[in-house]
Ligand binder design. Structure first.
Ligand SMILES: [Zn+2]
Ligand SMILES: [Zn+2]
Ligand SMILES: [Zn+2]
Ligand SMILES: [Zn+2]
Ligand SMILES: [Zn+2]
Length: 459
């Protein structure tokens, strides 16, 4: 009945032979448990206090931490614009990408072989082992595309109910709520479904200690949510300064959605004039407090969502394949390179749309050809240079200034001319390496470019 081949527990990764066995396991092992912030373990809510005081065995701590990697990585999408200049080993920030790379070689002996070892990590039963376009399509239908029909209707109901809960649990009334993330845009996969929620409230306007108030509001929401009947299906992530992150175990424990909740005042309102939007861009450009810039930019979320949502179904299918590729082709980061950040899913979405536009926006196309084109572009990432002028004019002064000093890879956020979405990644060299190795797999190695993908012949 379900499209899943084996029944993998999303909390701890164990495999089960039947859906029933998985459900039993979830109830026995994970329900009613909370995420300990110190060690990342799951513990019974009643025992959390005792647990915090007991000494943890370090080895088991490390393995359990891994399942939270996704939650931690998500944070950067909103929070950091200059990750590209940050060392992936020690997080030190540099003035340029080049000086960061030199530092990595000199201080951390980040050699070619070390890079290969830290980046390539194809998971077993990898999508790239498919031998033909037909097999790839089947793989995508069975293992990547999220469930449809009854299960997806159940999902909508579950998420709708949780959204009501979130609003009810937030300590101040929200005047407007907006949503984003791959689930909302239709680029979610079976293994990765992100839902971003922004709660707007006038309470946060014009106050001196806005960040403190936001933190308190999100902390209260966190505590209130735990008390509700949804509480035992919410696995809280680590505390972050300006957002609340958790995994929500959905319909009968079969899959989960990762939530990120943020709050601020509604700087644009539901239907802003062009003037108001340009004013916001100016404000973002001049703002030297990064947190504040991120908070103000939340108002642009609906435009980011619409940009991706508007693309045709086949583009979303290709995007899902690429998001799955990022999730299943890289070695996990270790203690040594724990500050490595791969591109955000928004970056992957924009990259895929760009490739599709280069091909002349075909309504239908071969997934193998499309994927091959994206991978070839990733190999030559230093050439990536993309701008869309849907929300800002080529002569708009802020755009002109940002464009003058831009570095590649460059994909300017179509809804925000002050952000290069490629700057959220400090491992483009690793992305290129894994892409090159992927192109050697049988799925691509014997393939030649067909129209409308002939432009990739020059790459
Ligand atoms: Zn489990
Ligand atoms: Zn666990
Ligand atoms: Zn603990
Ligand atoms: Zn370093
Ligand atoms: Zn669901």
């Amino acid at each position: 009945m379900w499209a899943l081949k084996c029944y993998k527990c999303e909390c701890c990764g164990r495999d089960f032979v039947s859906c029933k066995a998985l459900r039993y396991h979830l109830r026995q092992k994970h329900f009613g448990k909370v995420h300990c912030e110190e060690c990342g373990h799951e513990v019974l809510r009643e025992r959390l206090h005792d647990h915090s005081e007991s000494v943890q065995e370090r080895a088991t701590m490390e393995t359990h931490k891994l399942s939270w990697e996704n939650l931690e990585e998500r944070n950067i999408r909103h929070m950091a614009t200059e990750i590209s200049k940050t060392c992936r080993m020690c997080s030190r920030r540099f003035g340029t990408v080049l000086s960061r790379e030199n530092h990595e070689i000199q201080e951390h002996s980040f050699t070619v072989s070390k890079r290969a070892q830290m980046s390539i990590g194809f998971s077993p039963h990898n999508m790239l082992e498919c031998q033909s376009p037909q097999e790839l399509q089947r793989f995508a239908d069975e293992n990547i595309r999220p469930a449809s029909g009854l299960l997806s209707a159940a999902c909508v109901a579950e998420i709708g109910a949780l959204l009501m809960r979130i609003q009810a649990c937030f300590p101040v009334p929200a005047t407007r709520v907006i949503q984003g993330g791959s689930y909302v845009k239709g680029t979610d996969t079976q293994g990765c479904s992100e839902i971003d929620i922004v709660l707007f409230s006038d309470v946060f306007a014009n106050v001196n200690h806005c960040k403190k108030q936001l933190r308190e509001g999100l902390d209260a929401l966190r505590e209130n949510l735990k008390q509700t009947s949804h509480g035992n299906r919410i696995l809280m992530g680590k505390r972050a300064p300006l957002s609340l992150r958790f995994n929500f175990i959905c319909t009968e424990g079969l899959h989960r959605h990762s939530f990120e909740i943020m709050a601020y005042c509604d700087v644009l309102g539901p239907a802003p004039s062009t003037g108001l939007k340009l004013h916001l861009y100016r404000k973002l450009y001049l703002c030297d407090d990064r947190d504040m810039a991120q908070l103000c930019a939340l108002a642009l979320l609906p435009y980011q969502v619409d940009f991706v949502k508007a693309s045709v179904a086949r583009v979303k299918e290709l995007t899902r394949l690429m998001i799955h590729w990022f999730k299943t082709s890289f070695a996990r980061s270790t203690e040594e390179n724990k500050f490595r950040r791969l591109p955000s899913s928004y970056t992957v979405e924009l990259l895929t749309i760009h490739i599709w536009e280069l091909a002349g926006k075909p309504l239908l196309f071969s997934l193998v050809q499309g994927m091959r084109a994206v991978l070839k572009l990733l190999v030559r990432y230093a050439e990536i240079d993309v701008v869309w002028h849907r929300h800002y004019h080529p002569k708009f002064p802020i755009f002109v200034k940002v464009n003058q000093k831009h570095t590649r890879p460059f994909i300017l956020d179509p809804a925000n001319p002050t952000v290069n979405v490629c700057d959220t990644c400090n491992a483009w060299d690793e992305v290129a390496l894994v892409a090159r190795h992927s192109l050697l797999k049988p799925l691509f190695s014997r393939v030649r470019a067909e129209p409308p993908w002939l432009f990739t012949d020059d790459w």
